[in-house]
Write a protein that binds this ligand. Structure first.
Ligand code: ACO
Length: 427
C-alpha cells in the first residue's frame, strides 16, 4: 500500500501522506489540505474523520474487538478489577501490587468533598435529573479546588487525577441519596474502591452495612465494560473542551452532559423504559419491531445499533451473560429480561435490522443488571459516567501530553450572501 494518497481537484493533483496505526488502520493526513488547495472536507457526525492519534483503546467494529491498552475487554472483565483498569487506561500499564496500593491510598486521601458542596446540592429540586445534577456538581468542584494543573508537571497531573477519582464517587452517591431523601454520608476507606462506592450509595443510617460480594463483582464488571470506548461523543467532547486548555474537572463535566443524551449513554435508561412500556402493553415485541422499522414513527429500538460496531458489540455479549448470572445469583426473576431476549431474537432475524447491521449494544442489558442491584432507573446513566471516568481522564491527559491544537472544525456556509441592512421602519 502506497504511503501517499492523491487528491485531484480540477486539473490539479495533490499528494497527502497516509499514516498507519499499530493495528494497520489507515488514514489520509489532510492537515495541509486547505492551505495547499483552499478546499476543506465535510463529514457530518465525523463518520470518516479521525480527530487524533491515540494509544489508549483499540476497537474493530467489524470483528467486534475492544482492547484497553492492548488487553482484551473479555480478559479485563474476567480477571481485572475496576481500579486496575483505571490505572491501566490512565498510565498505560497494569499496576504492580505496590503501584495499585499507592494509587488507592492517594485516591482515598482525596475522597472528602467540601461540606459547602452540599449547599449547592440543596439548591436542586428533587425532580432534577441526576445527570444534570452530577454535571453541575462536577463543574462546581473547580471552584472548590481552584489550583490549575500544570500539565508539564507529572505531580500536578497525578494530583488532579486522584482528586477526581476520589471525589466523583461521593458526588454520584450524594446525587442519588439526595433524591432518595437519605443523609449525605461518606463511605469507609478501609473498603475496596468499588465496595466503598456501593456503601456510599446504599448504606442506610439505621443498619449495619453488609453486601453480597456477587453484587460488588457485578458492579465492578459493569464499570470495567464502560471504562473507555475511544473517540465516542462524550470522550470527543472531553478532548475538544480540554483542547482549549480547560481544566480536567470542567472538561469532564462537559463529557457528562454529552453522555446524558439518549443516543449515547442515556440509552441505558431509555432501554428499561422501553422494555417496561412493552411489558405494560402486553409484551408483544413484534409490534415494537414494526414501530422501529416505520420511518414515519420516531420510535427507535433503544439499545440497538452502534456507530462503530457493525457485527456485534463485545460488551453486550459479556453483559448479557452477566445479566443471567446476576439475576440467578440474587434470585431475581425480572420479566423484562425475557422481553429483552425475545426482542433481541426477533430483531436479529429481521431483514431491516440485519441489512443495517443493528445489534444490541452495551446498553441493551446493562439496565437490567443495574435494576437488579437496586439502582434507580434515572441513575443508570450516572453509573455509566462513573465507569467512563477513567477513560475521560486518560483521553484528556493524552490530549494535553500530545500537545494537541485547539479543536476547531470548519464549515461550509449555506446562508444568505451579503444583504444590505434595512432600517426598522423599512422592513
Ligand atoms: N432502531 C431502529 N432503526 C435504527 C436504529 C434503532 N435503534 N439505529 C439505527 N437505525 C436505522 C436508522 O434509521 C438508519 O436507517 P436508514 O438507513 O433506513 O435511514 C440506519 O439504521 C442507520 O442509522 P444511523 O442513525 O445513521 O446510524 P448512526 O451510526 O448514526 O447511529 C446510533 C448509531 C445513534 C447508536 C443509533 O443506532 C441509535 O440511535 N441507536 C439507539 C440508541 C442507542 O442505543 N444508543 C446507544 C449507543 S451505544 C453508546 O453510546 C454507549
Amino acid at each position: 500500500m502506497s504511503n501517499t494518497a492523491t487528491i485531484e481537484i480540477g486539473d490539479k493533483k495533490y499528494e497527502f501522506p497516509v499514516i498507519e496505526g499499530t493495528e494497520n488502520e489507515l488514514a489520509i493526513d489532510i492537515s495541509t489540505l486547505r492551505a495547499s488547495t483552499k478546499v476543506i472536507t465535510i463529514d457530518p457526525g465525523f463518520k470518516n474523520t479521525g480527530s487524533c492519534e491515540s494509544a489508549i483503546t483499540f476497537l474493530d467494529g467489524e470483528k467486534g474487538i475492544l482492547r484497553y491498552r492492548g488487553y482484551s475487554i473479555e480478559e479485563l472483565a474476567d480477571k481485572g478489577s475496576f481500579l486496575e483498569v483505571c490505572y491501566l487506561l490512565i498510565f498505560g500499564e497494569l499496576p504492580t501490587q505496590e503501584q495499585l496500593a499507592k494509587f488507592h491510598k492517594d485516591i482515598k486521601a482525596e475522597s472528602i468533598v467540601d461540606e459547602d458542596m452540599k449547599r449547592i446540592l440543596d439548591g436542586f429540586p428533587k425532580s432534577a435529573h441526576p445527570m444534570g445534577v452530577l454535571a453541575s456538581l462536577t463543574n462546581a468542584l473547580v471552584a472548590f479546588n481552584p489550583s490549575s494543573v500544570n500539565v508539564n508537571s507529572e505531580e500536578d497531573m497525578y494530583k488532579a487525577i486522584v482528586k477526581i477519582l476520589g471525589k466523583f464517587p461521593v458526588l454520584v452517591a450524594w446525587t442519588m441519596r439526595k433524591k432518595a431523601s437519605l443523609p449525605l454520608n461518606y463511605g469507609n476507606t478501609s473498603l475496596g474502591y468499588v465496595e466503598n462506592i456501593h456503601k456510599m450509595m446504599f448504606h442506610k443510617p439505621n443498619e449495619e452495612y453488609a453486601v453480597d460480594p456477587k453484587v460488588i463483582e457485578a458492579l465492578d464488571k459493569l464499570l470495567i465494560l464502560h471504562a473507555d470506548h475511544e473517540q465516542n461523543c462524550s470522550t470527543s467532547t472531553v478532548r475538544i473542551v480540554g483542547s482549549a486548555h480547560t481544566g480536567l474537572f470542567a472538561s469532564i463535566s462537559a463529557g457528562i452532559s454529552a453522555l446524558w443524551g439518549p443516543l449515547h449513554g442515556g440509552a441505558n435508561q431509555a432501554v428499561i423504559e422501553m422494555l417496561e412500556t412493552i411489558k405494560a402493553d402486553g409484551g408483544d415485541t413484534s409490534k415494537f419491531i414494526l414501530k422501529a422499522k416505520d420511518k414515519e414513527d420516531p420510535f427507535r429500538l433503544m439499545g440497538f445499533g452502534h456507530r462503530v460496531y457493525k457485527n456485534f458489540d463485545p460488551r453486550a455479549k459479556i453483559i448479557k451473560k452477566a445479566a443471567d448470572n446476576v439475576l440467578g445469583d440474587l434470585g431475581i426473576d425480572d420479566p423484562v429480561l425475557d422481553i429483552a431476549k425475545r426482542l433481541e431474537k426477533v430483531a436479529l432475524e429481521d431483514d431491516y435490522f440485519k441489512s443495517r447491521n443493528l445489534y444490541p449494544n452495551v446498553d441493551f442489558y446493562s439496565g437490567i443488571i443495574y435494576r437488579a442491584l437496586g439502582i434507580p432507573t434515572d441513575m443508570f446513566t450516572v453509573m455509566f459516567a462513573l465507569g467512563r471516568l477513567p477513560g475521560w481522564i486518560a483521553q484528556w491527559r493524552e490530549m494535553r501530553l500530545n500537545k494537541e491544537p485547539i479543536g476547531r472544525p470548519r464549515q461550509i456556509y449555506t446562508g444568505y450572501t451579503y444583504r444590505e441592512f434595512k432600517e426598522i421602519d423599512k422592513r
